[in-house]
Design a protein around this ligand. Structure first.
Ligand code: COA
Length: 383
């Protein structure tokens, strides 16, 4: 197996982007990542694109071919990767494995979703849950995570204010991120008093509906310095699965796939939680910002709420979480999220994150899940 490096990254602005189509978004992200990497378009051997459900959002399938064609990369090998909201993380992992195995040298892993063209995104997003046992019974993603939040509050005494604080920190970080969907600060009071979506979660506990794309260029580590002075190395790329339904889990306050993928990633990279300087976690709802730091091993189970309240997840805290603003405030274009998380960690490790820069960041981590954790992908990156 060969070591793998990231030599180029990019992310479009995230938001409700009426003036950009699906194909324009992915082309913008892809071409900017290629430019950032210093490779030529003709040097690319393969492309993996994370996308959850273009069929439902824009009535377009066969997107791998569409993107290769629209970006002028034909006859490149182009493959779509789908694992709900973890599609981007898995597209990155497919790219890493293709380069590590020696099958391809220069690969682009990207992600894209155009969610705002439908009147109601909720039924499309709900296809990431179990149709027979969950969606068709009327549950939605906000309500699934609301049940997890209630249980966490009951089991561990997590407070409503602690959940709100996850969103407050994300918005503070996003206010320093020009690519974020919601680059403004909010307060705990504002979260508590915003519209109830699924009790106890309000509008400001939820990630939004987002258009956007992101892309990453990978190559063998030994070739990276030909293209860039600041390669970022992939130290671990792991993936795990859990039950798709919540009711099949022994404990709905733990996401088993996150725990397994994280454990394998620490082993593969030869690091512990103490070595991680920056982490982008999958906080699609505020409760997930708490579950993630517990299941990734940064704090003990049940102590996540208190840890957030004490401020350890701030950019200048002990474990800086989501310097980008996270899914909550940077935005969550499902298939693009896993790639955008890795792009943010690359900017942090290169020292290019401007006002949201974490001082001296050398090792970073991304955590991307699908649905309520049926799939999890974890990456550890280092300078
Ligand atoms: N955070 C902050 N503001 C939000 C927001 C969010 N999550 N969602 C919408 N808004 C804002 C909009 O910008 C808009 O502001 P404006 O009036 O100033 O223009 C206003 O709230 C109303 O927006 P609208 O699009 O009508 O909201 P909505 O009620 O249709 O949708 C949610 C709100 C929370 C239901 C929707 O964002 C949602 O479904 N989020 C979850 C997405 C999801 O499940 N992702 C997968 C996770 S696994």
């Amino acid at each position: 197996m060969r070591d793998v490096a990231i030599i180029g990254v990019s992310q479009t602005k995230f938001g409700e982007l009426w003036d950009s189509s699906f194909r324009q978004l992915i082309a913008e992200a892809g071409l900017n990542a290629i430019e950032d990497s210093g490779v030529g378009g003709n040097d690319l051997d393969a492309m993996f694109v994370g996308n959850m459900t273009a069929g439902l959002f824009i009535q377009q399938e066969h997107i791998a071919a569409l993107i290769a064609d629209h970006t002028g990369l034909n006859p490149i090998s182009s493959t779509r990767v789908e694992a709900a909201c973890a599609s981007g993380g898995l597209a990155l992992r497919q790219g890493v494995m293709a380069v590590a195995s020696g099958y391809h040298d220069i690969v682009i892993s990207a992600g894209v979703e155009k969610m705002t063209d439908v009147v109601d995104a909720t039924p499309a997003i709900a296809t990431a849950s179990d149709q027979e046992w969950e969606a068709q019974q009327g549950v939605t993603f906000p309500s699934l995570y609301a049940m997890i939040a209630r249980r966490h509050m009951y089991e561990y005494g997590t407070t409503r204010e602690q959940l709100a604080e996850v969103s407050v920190i994300n918005h503070k970080n996003a206010s320093k991120n020009p690519r974020a969907q919601y680059p403004f600060e909010i307060s705990v009071d504002k979260v508590l008093n915003s519209t109830v979506v699924a009790d106890p979660l309000t509008l400001l506990d939820c990630s939004p509906v987002t258009d956007g794309a992101a892309a990453i260029v990978l190559c063998p580590a030994e070739m990276a310095k030909q293209y860039t002075d600041t390669p970022i190395y992939v130290k671990a790329s792991t993936q795990a699965s859990d039950t798709i339904t919540l009711h099949d889990r022994k404990d709905i306050t733990t996401i088993g796939s996150t725990k397994v993928a994280a454990k394998k990633a620490y082993e593969m990279a030869g690091v512990t939680t103490k070595d991680i300087d920056a982490v982008e976690v999958h906080d699609c709802f505020s409760i997930n910002g708490i579950l993630a730091i517990e299941d990734l091993g940064f704090v003990e189970k049940g102590k996540g709420g208190k840890a957030v309240e004490e401020g350890i997840t701030h950019i200048d805290g002990e474990i800086p979480v989501n310097p980008s603003g996270g899914l909550k405030a940077r935005g969550h274009p499902l298939g693009a999220t896993g790639i955008a998380q890795a792009a943010e960690i690359v900017w942090q490790l290169r020292g290019e994150a401007d006002k949201r820069q974490i001082d001296g960041a050398e090792i970073g981590m991304t955590h991307n899940i699908g649905g309520t954790g049926g799939t999890a992908a974890v990456h550890i990156l280092s300078r």
